[in-house]
Structure formats: C-alpha cells, structure tokens
Design a protein around this ligand. Structure first.
Ligand code: DGY
Length: 326
C-alpha cells in the first residue's frame, strides 16, 4: 500500500502489542484507548467514517447496526472464527466483505476443550476450591473421586477443525473412543485419521458417549440444539462441555439435568449473553465455568490479529482476501 492514502480502520478493542504495531504501520487506525465493549452507536459511527472495521466476536453487527447511514465501510475483518455476531445477509446487502480468522485458534481451543473435559470429569475445580477454602482435611481413599477419562467415549457435536483437533488429542492422548456427528457428511476414512468415528445421528452420539463436547457454530439451526429432550438422550452420569457458543445450550434444561443428577457435570467456556453468567450455575459445584478462554494464549491472539490484518491488507491492496465468509 506504499504511496497510497492509507485506509482508515476502526479497531473495536485493544489487540496484542505486535499486532497493533503493524496495524498502525499499514493503516490509519482509530481505536479507543479504553478497551470497553462497543455500543451500537459507536459501531454505526465507525461504519460511517472508516473504510474497514476490525471487529471482535463480542461486537454485535446486526442488520440494524449495518443499516448505518452514511456507510463508508467496505470490509469487516472479524477477529475470531465465529461470525454469529455479524448479520452476514445484511452485510452482503450493503456490499461489505466479511472475513474471519480460522485455523490459527484451532489448537488452543482444542486444548481448552480437553482442559474442560479433564476438569469436569476429575473434579479439579471443586478440588482447587477446597484447598483454597482451607477445607481440605487430607488424603483419604474416598475423597473427591471423579470419573476416569482414559478409555471413555467422547461424543463430538460438529466435526470441523476444532472438533478434529479435539478428536486427535482424545484418541491418541487418552485412548478415548471418539464418536462424532455433523449434518455435513464426511467420509469415515477421513475421520479415522483423527481417531473419530461418525454416527448417522446426533441422538446416537448423545446416547453412546460418556462426555459430549460441542463444536458447531451458532446458527438459527443450532441455537437451543442441546435442549431438554437431547439432554435426556445422554447417558445418566455423563458430562457436557461447551467451547463453541453459549446459545447452543438451553440453560434451563442443562441446569435441571445437573440438579437432578442426570448429568454428572458440565464445563462451560461460553455463555448466552456473555459476560452475564446464569447465577444458577454458580451454585453448582459440578460445573466448571471459564471466561471464554478458548483462544486466549499470547501465540494465538497474535496469530488471530495478524490473520485479520492480512485480510484487511489483501482487501485494500485489491487482492482476494484469504478468509471471506460473506
Ligand atoms: C472465536 O474465534 O469464535 C472464539 O470464540 C474467540 O475465542
């Protein structure tokens, strides 16, 4: 972009220092130093005066927000793989290109799903609270027994990149039997490379697994997917883990299943209406609650920023963008 007027890019949140440095070299960057959640008004203002917007997964770019007038923005580079915060149909109608940051967060998000599987099944959240609370009375044979992870059956809802990375870890690392369901069929041969075995229905995966991990995007078809009926199909004493999006789970149904003991535990990294967490979860010892940490490592947050930056650079250079989703 040397010699050209630098495009103006609104960056909605503070990013890692290396990413911010390169962003400022390439673009005229507008960024609030406060690092506060964005409002519809601030997003509309940015859409009116900036050539591009680098948004994050918490910025709600709804049809109403995208109806901003005047509208100058031609690209929204979302910092995140999920784009459920953006109305892609409205963006298309306004001729705005939308990109995301796939691949670079796969390994860390898979690590976090495994963390939650281990934490819930081995009761490590409870154990840590006991030690910190000064309530630990010492080693004894019947103390805080969890459930063995190795050799158990893991069910994956969705079999995209992150689910496949979880499958690899579970199968090769923990000797788990890994089942999966995706509405987009994939060949059993391809999935066997990750140690996963496809099932024809979600119901089969739910009924045959000791722990179920959710890896589908949030779409109109998946919102509320894990409802009372589907939870009832899970094995008694099974566990549920969610590193995808909070709204895929019906919270009332999950809380009822945890309270009744039908499910032995749940590990949640994502919530409907984040950062609000349904207070009923806080009262349940068998639930592990994390603040949306899936991709939160220095390495991955740098890589996500550089990926968004590359999408912006390609777009303003007139080259095809790498990660177009809309
Ligand atoms: C994503 O990229 O969609 C994640 O939720 C952010 O960690």
């Amino acid at each position: 972009m040397t010699g050209k007027v630098r495009p103006t890019v609104h960056v909605t949140r503070r990013l890692t220092a290396p990413v911010e440095t390169v962003l400022r070299e390439r673009f005229n960057v507008l960024m609030s130093s406060e690092d506060a959640p964005t409002t519809a008004e601030s997003l509309q203002r940015a859409l009116g005066i900036c050539d591009g917007v680098l948004s994050t997964v918490t910025d709600q770019l709804t049809a109403a927000v995208l109806a901003a007038y005047p509208l100058r923005t031609r690209i929204i580079a979302n910092y995140g793989v999920g784009t459920d915060n953006i109305d892609l149909t409205a963006a298309r109608a306004h001729h705005i290109v939308v990109t995301n940051t796939p691949d670079v967060l796969t390994e860390c998000t898979a690590d976090l799903a495994i963390t939650l599987i281990l934490m819930t099944m081995r009761r490590t959240g409870e154990g840590e609270r006991e030690v910190r609370g000064g309530r630990w009375t010492g080693w004894r044979p019947n103390h805080m027994m969890g459930t063995m992870v190795s050799g158990k059956t893991l069910g994956l809802v969705g079999i995209g990149r992150i689910a496949r990375a979880v499958a690899r870890r579970a199968y090769y690392g923990f000797g788990m039997n890994v089942l999966c369901y995706s509405p987009t069929p994939r060949s059993a041969e391809e999935l066997s490379r990750y140690g996963a075995t496809p099932r024809e229905t979600l119901e089969e995966v739910l009924a045959q697994s000791d722990v179920v991990s959710i890896h589908c995007p949030s779409t109109p078809a998946t919102r509320g997917l894990i409802n009372a009926d589907r939870l009832a199909q899970m094995r008694s004493g099974a566990f549920l883990v969610n590193t995808a999006r909070g709204d895929i789970i019906d919270d009332d149904a999950l809380i009822a299943a945890l309270r009744s003991g039908h499910l032995a535990g749940a590990g949640l990294d994502v919530f409907r209406g984040e950062p609000h967490v349904d207070p009923r979860y806080l009262a349940l010892d068998n639930v592990v609650l994390l603040p949306h940490l899936g991709s939160a490592t220095r390495e991955t947050r740098d890589a996500m920023g550089f990926r968004a930056l590359e999408n912006l650079t390609a777009f303003f250079d007139g080259r095809p963008v790498l990660d177009r989703v809309g």
